[in-house]
Design a protein around this ligand. Structure first.
Ligand SMILES: Cc1ncc(COP(=O)(O)O)c(C=O)c1O
Length: 397
């Protein structure tokens, strides 16, 4: 039995459903078995010595992992993918695959905050300096920041929490013309809405914890590299022993099969809520690149084919009590970190404290929302009740 359809032209939704499947290897079962294990037996000394056995030791790969790795590589058009135990592990692996002692990296000021922490601690200890740059910089200005020892440029679009849209093709071209490797955190868009490698990025990193898993029940990350960087990424992954557990990997591949359908709903609900919030007097600004009012809308429209469920709002000025009144006692938008699961989430944020290349001093409290898969009318009613509490507690309108 064959499930091969590599040569057939297909849409990304079909790829999500069909990629990485090998039923002929699993007695016809459509999904891979969950291989729990460490030891893999060899039939004889000759095979052991030949080093040709397909699986050698479970830290270096097993069929459950391979099914998801193959699927993610196909989705992104990459040369290969490795799975790691979290999104942050994917980010640190990407960096460690390309940096060398006494090097230098350029990181967008809008990167996910733990990415900065990794650079400011682990990379610093290795003698690697980090320069943060304005996410809205153009290619020429980025090039001017590149030094002889610059080894990597790290991009993220839209930016974490603040949703700046970067001109990825221009920045990637500038970095590569100076010999730096381009890494991008593409967790927000997923390969369904943006394929980084097609736009000049060398290494795409993902928190599989978010939309790949999709059910808030897994910690997982992935790193997909192009032909040039794949060996380096794979070797570094192997050297660091970054194997993920088979149950989490299985949940990742199970989540992946419905990612396109879930994302359509996240996209539609988030856009409807974002448009409605734009009309609300309590809200000063909505930060969602899919909105025409967003300063990066033209870039988003040019490069991305969709938007996910995560966006932010800046409220009119109001006291802390009003923020608490808005966020507490919610029916559906529950207070919690992470996003990308089936459920709606809400969280206040303040990135003014740690940004260094740019200032983010919003006119009112900043709040991030994730539109989940609940009925959008219920989500709007939940927010409407919160906005009423905001006003009653002295929040501006
Ligand atoms: C954009 C982005 N990248 C990476 C991560 C890290 O993922 P994980 O929590 O799986 O380490 C997150 C988590 O919130 C994120 O928002």
């Amino acid at each position: 039995m064959s499930d091969k359809n590599d040569n057939v032209k297909k849409g990304p939704g079909t790829t999500v459903v069909t990629s990485g499947r090998k039923p002929d290897e699993y007695f016809g079962f459509i999904n891979p078995p969950v291989y729990h294990g460490s030891t893999i037996l060899y039939p004889d000394v000759a095979t052991l010595k030949s080093r040709k056995q397909r699986y050698t030791y479970a830290r270096r790969g097993n069929p459950t992992a391979e099914a998801l790795e193959d699927a993610l590589s196909e989705l992104d058009g990459g040369a290969g993918t490795v799975l790691v135990p979290s999104g942050l592990a994917a980010i640190s692996l990407a960096f460690l695959s390309v940096v060398r002692a006494n090097g230098h990296v350029l990181v967008t000021d809008s990167a996910y905050e733990p990415t900065r922490h990794f650079c400011d601690t682990v990379l610093k200890q290795l003698g690697i300096e980090t320069t943060y740059f304005d996410p809205l910089i153009d290619g020429a200005s980025l090039k001017a920041l590149i030094r002889d020892n610059t080894q990597a440029v790290f991009l993220e679009a839209p930016g974490s929490q603040t949703f700046e849209m970067q001109d990825i093709p221009a920045l990637a071209a500038a970095a590569k013309s100076s010999g730096a490797t381009v890494i991008m955190d593409n967790t927000w868009a997923t390969p369904l809405f943006f394929r980084p490698l097609d736009h000049g990025v060398d290494i795409a990193v993902y928190a599989g914890t978010k939309y790949v898993g999709g059910h808030s029940d897994v910690m997982l990350g992935s790193v997909t590299a192009n032909e040039t960087l794949w060996r380096k990424v794979h070797n570094t992954w192997g050297s660091m022993g970054l194997a993920s557990g088979p149950d989490d990997i299985y949940l990742g591949q199970r989540g992946l099969r419905t990612m396109h359908v879930r994302l359509e709903r996240h996209m539609a609900s988030a856009l409807e809520i974002a448009r409605w919030l734009e009309t609300r007097p309590e809200v000063s600004r909505v930060l969602h690149p899919g909105l025409e009012s967003h300063p990066g809308h033209a870039i988003w429209k040019r490069d991305f084919s969709g938007s996910s469920g995560l966006f932010s709002i800046i409220m009119k000025p109001g006291p802390d009590e009003a923020v608490a009144a808005f966020l507490d006692d919610r029916a559906y938008f529950k207070l919690g970190y992470s996003w990308g699961g089936y459920e709606s989430l809400i969280i206040p944020f303040n990135c003014s404290k740690y940004r260094t290349a740019t200032t983010f001093e919003p006119e009112g409290p900043a709040i991030r929302l994730h539109a989940g898969l609940e009925d959008v009318a219920d989500l709007k009613a939940d927010l409407e009740a919160g906005l009423e509490r905001w006003r009653e507690a002295g929040g501006g309108a």
